[in-house]
Design a protein around this ligand. Sequence first.
Ligand SMILES: Nc1ncnc2c1ncn2[C@@H]1O[C@H](COP(=O)(O)OP(=O)(O)OP(=O)(O)O)[C@@H](O)[C@H]1O
Length: 239
Amino acid sequence: MTPAVSIVDVVKTFGSLKALAGVSLDIAQGEFFGLLGPNGAGKTTLISCLAGLSRPDAGRVAVLGHDVQADFREARRLLGVVPQELVFDPFFSVRETLRIQSGYFGIRRNDDWIDEILHHLDLAGKAEANMRGLSGGMKRRVLVAQALVHKPPVIVLDEPTAGVDVELRQGLWQFIRRLNGEGHTIILTTHYLEEAEALCHRIALMKQGQVVALDSTANLMAAHPGASLEEVFMRTMRR
Ligand SMILES: Nc1ncnc2c1ncn2[C@@H]1O[C@H](COP(=O)(O)OP(=O)(O)OP(=O)(O)O)[C@@H](O)[C@H]1O
């Protein structure tokens, strides 16, 4: 089966800094995949290359077989990205923001799906509120909603729960799990390692632009009996 995501020998430099020093990784369709690593490891840079927002110096990235550079529109359509940074037009309401995002993908009359997403993200009561009036955690949930408007088969979440309270985090994971159960591939970066441990089938640990461990969550844990994923992470990073 075509991988959901195929990353081959990707290098990305910023001046003398190698943010990605040759990363290769396949993520299968339907996986719940964790991309973990300390600040500056290269996770967001890799996601930017995947989303076509950043051009690698070398290597190839494809989404469901569509090359991100050569076939950008199709690759982008297959991908939903929840970015780390909160960037919005403050004058639009939540619903308008989601309608505009739907329009980018050529989707009209998307309100049934928009309402369903808003319901699952506990934002239904805020549909007509202006973005500038939302709290940080609510804005982050709108970012998640924005990534889902076009029902992408591959969903990338870059630290989606930063600043989201415990109850809503649970609701968010329930919804993401459901989407995964329905066949969507999920790629998650997070610094909450207990979340990654509970959710991800397979994990890549990144350090200084390289993948330093890549295995099923069960195998990673079995190699360090009695240790939590946080301890496995710390030991791997110290090596
Ligand atoms: N546009 C840029 N210009 C210069 N350096 C950059 C740029 N984007 C990223 N970097 C550098 O590349 C390295 C990898 O950054 P990246 O944001 O990918 O890390 P990360 O693993 O996502 O970290 P975090 O967990 O803090 O989000 C860092 O050293 C960062 O400073």
